[in-house]
Design a protein. Structure first.
Length: 130
């Protein structure tokens, strides 16, 4: 019984020491996005990540769907870049104001909210795109 409690405590402490903060998860996916590295990009997301539009409608669910959608965009858009304009991180929520460039002639501004739980991004909400 004593060994069992020690194993549980060690696992709990390891999770605390090695899990990333919500802001670190947001940074990791942003860096991977700009490098168009699909595997590094999807790593911070949960397997069951949910992505919503500005009307709170579910766009898609799951890391595999995300991998397919973003992998295709990364392959087709060599000039893709996201510039972080502002970030607010409160508890398990990160809100970003982003400038996304798809080449010389196409740019959008987006407000995106990431909700984190259990050390992974669980939800993405695109709040505004212009």
């Amino acid at each position: 019984m004593k060994n069992y409690i020690l194993i549980i405590m060690a696992t709990f402490c390891a999770n605390l020491l090695f899990s990333q903060t919500p802001e670190e998860l947001a940074n990791a996916q942003l860096e991977a996005y700009n490098n168009r590295d699909i595997e590094a990009f999807v790593e911070p997301y949960s397997d069951s990540v949910k992505v919503f539009n500005d009307k709170r409608e579910l766009l898609y669910e799951g890391k595999e769907t995300m991998r397919a959608q973003y992998g295709n965009m990364f392959a087709l858009t060599p000039d893709l870049n996201c510039n972080l304009l502002n970030r607010i991180a409160v508890n398990n929520t990160v809100i970003e104001h982003e400038e996304v460039t798809f080449g010389e002639d196409r740019k959008i501004y987006a407000i995106v909210m990431y909700k984190v739980d259990e050390g992974k991004i669980q939800e993405v909400h695109f709040l505004d795109r212009r």
